[in-house]
Design a protein around this ligand. Sequence first.
Ligand SMILES: NC(=O)c1ccc[n+]([C@@H]2O[C@H](COP(=O)([O-])OP(=O)(O)OC[C@H]3O[C@@H](n4cnc5c(N)ncnc54)[C@H](OP(=O)(O)O)[C@@H]3O)[C@@H](O)[C@H]2O)c1
Length: 276
Amino acid sequence: MKYFCVIGEPIEHSLSPVMHNAVFKKHKLECKYLAFRVKKEELENAVRGLKALGFKGFNVTIPHKEKIIEYIDELSKEARLIKAVNTVKIDKKLIGYNTDGIGAVKSLKSLGEVKDKKIIILGAGGAARAIAFSLALEKTREIIIANRTLEKAKKLAKEVEEKTGVKTHACSIDKKVLKEKIKESEILINCTSVGMYPDINSTLVEKDMLKSDLVVMDIVYNPLETRLLKEAKKAGAKIINGVEMLVYQGAEALKIWGVEPDIELMRQAVLKELKQ
Ligand SMILES: NC(=O)c1ccc[n+]([C@@H]2O[C@H](COP(=O)([O-])OP(=O)(O)OC[C@H]3O[C@@H](n4cnc5c(N)ncnc54)[C@H](OP(=O)(O)O)[C@@H]3O)[C@@H](O)[C@H]2O)c1
């Protein structure tokens, strides 16, 4: 039996076990995926323990994605740029990857190219950072990072541009500014927690800022259709919900561990769990 898991705190609501075990079960693989709550001060011991117990790989979630780097032997290019790891392969050495950004890129690519596109990202936290770097690695034309704390957006934009060469700048989330920036963009991605349960009526983007020739992705998956996505749909835009990023980042993790993903099965497993 090959063992995998996710470590984080809190961990009770993680959808990863359901998503990965669905693949293992359907394809009759001798694999099992577990979830462990790990406190910050126990992170190093937990990593040593997983290695000692013969785990083949694990996912890392909040609050350990940055700190885990101290205990990893090798980092992928994305993980090095993003400075965060969400997937680890144990193969004598510990190799750290970041599949969050590429998960978002892959879900966007299911609707069309991202190369040469002008993209506006709302937020400058962990998810925004992973997505901004992964989009830049796909050679997008330009990235705008809009954030409530403007300084954070400026810092991230500077880093993305310096390290990838893709034109990236920052702006505030002031309605007038956002309206103008969205008008110039082809893809909008909400990487803030605005609109997430229980604040389901919140949005940073008003109806009149949206347009039909826009792809709108919201990485929030609870609710499945956020207010932003509802309004984007009404405006005639193409929409992508947060489950897609979750599924594609999981699929990339499975590939790293040598397991063939099953996107539709993983999507259905997550959707079923969310409905319960
Ligand atoms: N679908 C997926 O697979 C997936 C993966 C990762 C995360 N997520 C979701 O993405 C969201 C962000 O996650 P994260 O890890 O990036 O969190 P994070 O690092 O804490 O960043 C949160 C971001 O949201 C902004 N924000 C929070 N409340 C706001 C408000 N009331 N008005 C304006 N901006 C606000 C913050 O702005 P400031 O900088 O000004 O504080 C920051 O940019 C969460 O809802 C998380 O569940 C989904």
